[in-house]
Ligand binder design. Structure first.
Ligand SMILES: C[S@@+](CC[C@H](N)C(=O)[O-])C[C@H]1O[C@@H](n2cnc3c(N)ncnc32)[C@H](O)[C@@H]1O
Length: 315
């Protein structure tokens, strides 16, 4: 039986290596679940963090279910071994829905714990986790007609976690916006969006109300130039394919301009990347760096305007 586990980190599919690389101390890796003897650490590559894992000895399947129910109602299984036994335990627990959610939706109201079987007679269970979604998986009811790419799911993911999104009449800059998944998502909120890219938007997005497009190199756009037309950028959105270091330097200028309220920027990494730049983004005051469920070999830097919830901003 393993003891001395203080936190557990569930890596996104295919990203155990960067998660293990960023964790301090000796860890035990069970498929995508990484167990640590240390208190919670800053991580970028965790899909869900088990914040209070308890090791619990169990006599039987019923005893396991009894122990979990004594802690709280809602549990989700992450199974790396003994799948059948684990499933029999989960089946004795109250039903938890994992149905895809609509956008927009509030965060789940009830806490969701995570558990696994370390061996046939030992549970690892954490009533408190970083994500309210099953194994950190935020699945949406998708729109397969409107958007020209599935990239819009990243924005929906970020906006849902933040519980903030553009409001009707807001102005959004969409850097690297082609073919237009993000512009489509902004247009659906009723906000205005200026999309810039070297490649055009898909015609069905370019013709949506509130969408405008300019072709060119986004890194040539400076805050003082845009400010002549749009003095406030309510949402600065970037999904540009570029080195994160280049994005950092560019974004600093926009931060310093004071004209941007909220930022959501994808940091795109290549194979064998050095992830140190993620710390530079995370160290910018008021920032978070996340691996969204809909991110691939990417992280998302988010910085919201300080103050009351942006969804309730008075007009
Ligand atoms: C991942 S795609 C964006 C997808 C888009 N967010 C969507 O929802 O459909 C990245 C885009 O960055 C654009 N891009 C890369 N470098 C650029 C640059 N220097 N200036 C403008 N666009 C650039 C590419 O042309 C590409 O369309």
């Amino acid at each position: 039986m393993q003891t001395g586990i203080q936190t557990a980190y569930l890596a996104p599919e295919g990203f155990v290596a960067p998660l293990v690389q960023e964790l301090q101390g000796e860890v035990a890796v069970h498929d995508r679940l990484v167990l640590s003897p240390l208190a919670a650490q800053r991580t970028f590559w965790a899909q869900n963090v088990w914040l209070e894992p308890q090791v619990i000895a169990i006599q039987s399947i019923s005893d396991a279910a009894r122990n979990l129910k004594a802690l709280q109602r809602n549990w989700w299984l992450y199974s790396f071994d003994l799948h059948r036994r684990a499933r029999l335990i989960q089946d004795k627990l109250p039903h938890v829905s994992a149905r895809p959610v609509a956008f927009p939706s509030p965060l789940p109201a009830s806490p969701l714990g995570s558990w696994t079987l370390l061996d046939a007679h030992t549970l690892l269970a954490s009533a408190r986790c970083s994500s309210p979604y099953p194994n950190g998986e935020l699945n949406f009811i998708e729109d397969r007609e409107g958007p020209p790419s599935r990239a819009y799911l990243k924005l929906w993911d970020a906006w849902t976690r933040l519980q903030a999104h553009p409001q009707a009449g807001d102005f959004c800059l969409d850097a690297g916006g082609s073919p237009g998944g993000w512009a489509w998502a902004v247009a659906k909120t009723g906000a205005r969006v200026l999309s810039m890219d070297r490649s055009p938007l898909a015609p069905q997005v370019a013709s949506l109300p509130g969408v405008s497009f300019e072709q060119g190199d986004i890194f040539n756009l400076r805050p003082e130039t845009l400010a002549r037309r749009e003095p406030v950028v309510n949402w600065f959105l970037s999904d540009v394919i570029c080195y994160p270091e280049k994005l950092y330097d560019w974004v600093r200028g926009w931060l310093e301009s004071g004209m941007v309220e909220n930022f959501i920027c994808t940091l795109k990494f290549q194979d064998g990347a050095d992830y140190a730049v993620a710390n530079k983004f995370a160290d910018l005051p008021g920032s978070q760096v996340l691996h969204l469920f809909h991110n691939k070999h990417e992280l998302t830097w988010v910085r919201l305007a300080p103050g009351p919830a942006i969804t309730n901003r008075p007009k």
